[in-house]
Design a protein around this ligand. Structure first.
Ligand SMILES: *Cc1c(COP(=O)(O)O)cnc(C)c1O
Length: 418
């Protein structure tokens, strides 16, 4: 008789969209030519992790903070579920520097990077019928986690001609009584934009009108190099409840250290009254914590980082963004609607009508990988078909090289006009 097994994999997971940044990049990497005797170096303009490049290496004081925490022997136990007290306090003080009021240690919850913060917050708001408003183009991890939790996703536009501002009327039209929250990513991934104070104020007013809270993904906080300075969404928490997600991954360029946080900005105690805060705590009771010594390192890591390190990182990002923006202007089949002002990315539209044998953005990126060993993220991986996201945060000389190759690729595939 044939053996029967009772188990089956999760249908949600099997049905999950294959369109994650990681999934798409792996697929594109598969097209890199490997059989030549003279392989071209791979130029990674696809993902946002510059930690391997010398010009983006983290500050030695951060490494010392972690090493000292580990050596101290004080952080070998399990941490409290909400996070090590000294780290919560240090993050509350760090964030309060940019706020008109003071965050308390109890407003901070430590997570395994900003990714786990996203996982937690999308789980917390899951209830039958709930929907969440996400930006398009956007960071698809929100979609993946929301769908996994049975939360419906709806998409509001970021408008390229307006510096990727939120289309506020569209946002209002999307929502109903089951809409619980909206997400903004500022500084922006994938758009490289930075929202002005005035625009954020309007976002807050709109969210208040809709009766929803704002999830502010500020993982690129302070990585700005244009006219708009970084304004934390928490500034508007007297208008609307705000939950900020952050981490040390991007500003300190250490995404592998896996240390992030959730901060509740709840001037009017709305998140407390609606028990959102309780459900965050309950989720933390049943999830895994960041390594205790990483948490223990946070007070020194923050206190001992020299302002010069931050300035240098931002200066390098400004340089690479300028190189990228200027070079892209020379390439006919792409258009960059607005100059990057923050984070590590720029979005460009692809004019397929000028290209002879390219089907779409994914096809473009696969052929580019194959012919030039240059990796770029197709827009489909950020919910924006036939656009491209370029990461400029790499060594300037490689960036130049990669963009030159992009240019010659476009020339070679240009439609023959005769
Ligand atoms: C990188 C990134 C994250 C994840 O950050 P980690 O701290 O590395 O988990 C979250 N949101 C956005 C928009 C990002 O670009």
């Amino acid at each position: 008789m044939e053996q029967k097994w009772n188990f089956k994999p999760s249908s949600t997971l099997l049905g999950a969209s294959s369109l994650s940044v990681r999934g798409v990049l792996t697929r594109i990497m598969g097209h890199i030519a490997t059989d030549t005797n003279n392989p071209k170096p791979v130029i990674p303009l696809g993902h946002g992790d510059p930690s391997a490049f010398p010009c983006f290496s983290t500050t030695p004081s951060a490494v010392d903070a972690v090493a000292n925490a580990l050596r101290s022997g004080k952080f070998n136990s399990y941490p409290p579920c909400v996070g090590v007290a000294s780290a919560r306090k240090a993050i509350a003080e760090y964030m309060s520097q940019d706020l008109p009021y003071t965050l308390l240690p109890d407003d901070i919850y430590l997570t395994n990077g900003c990714s786990q913060a996203i996982e937690i917050i999308t789980s917390v708001l899951a209830r039958p019928g709930a929907n969440i408003l996400l930006p398009k183009p956007g960071y698809l991890f929100y979609e993946a986690r929301a769908v996994f939790n049975g939360v419906e996703t709806r998409y509001f536009d970021l408008v390229p001609e307006k510096g990727w501002e939120v289309h506020l009327d569209g946002l209002a039209a999307l929502s109903d009584e089951n809409t619980v929250a909206m997400v903004i990513v500022n500084p922006g991934n994938p758009c490289g934009n930075v929202f002005s104070y005035e625009h954020l104020a309007k976002v807050a007013e709109t969210a208040k009108k809709l009766g929803i809270f704002v999830i502010a993904d500020e993982v690129y906080a302070h990585l700005t190099f244009g006219p708009n300075k970084f304004v934390p969404m928490g500034v508007f928490s007297s208008t609307v409840p705000v939950i900020t997600l952050g981490s040390i991954s991007k500003r300190w360029v250490v995404p592998g250290w896996r240390l992030g946080w959730i901060a509740t900005h709840d001037s009017n105690d709305i998140l407390k009254r609606t028990k959102v805060v309780d459900s965050i705590k309950n989720y933390l009771d049943i999830s895994t914590d960041p390594a205790t010594f990483m948490q223990g390192a946070i007070p020194d890591l923050i206190a001992n980082t020299n302002e010069d390190f931050f300035l240098k990182t931002v200066e390098t990002l400004k340089t690479t963004a300028d190189i990228c923006y200027n070079k892209l202007k020379e390439i006919k089949c792409v258009t960059c609607p607005s100059k990057p002002e923050g984070s590590m990315f720029v979005m460009i539209s692809l004019d397929l009508s000028q290209l002879g044998d390219i089907k779409d953005d994914l096809d473009f990126c696969c052929k580019l990988a194959k012919e030039e060993s240059v990796i770029i993220l197709p827009g489909c991986a950020v919910g924006f078909k036939n656009w491209l996201r370029i990461t400029h945060a790499i060594e300037p000389s490689s960036l130049q090289d990669g963009l030159d190759k992009l240019k010659s690729f476009c020339k070679r595939h240009a439609k023959q006009l005769n």
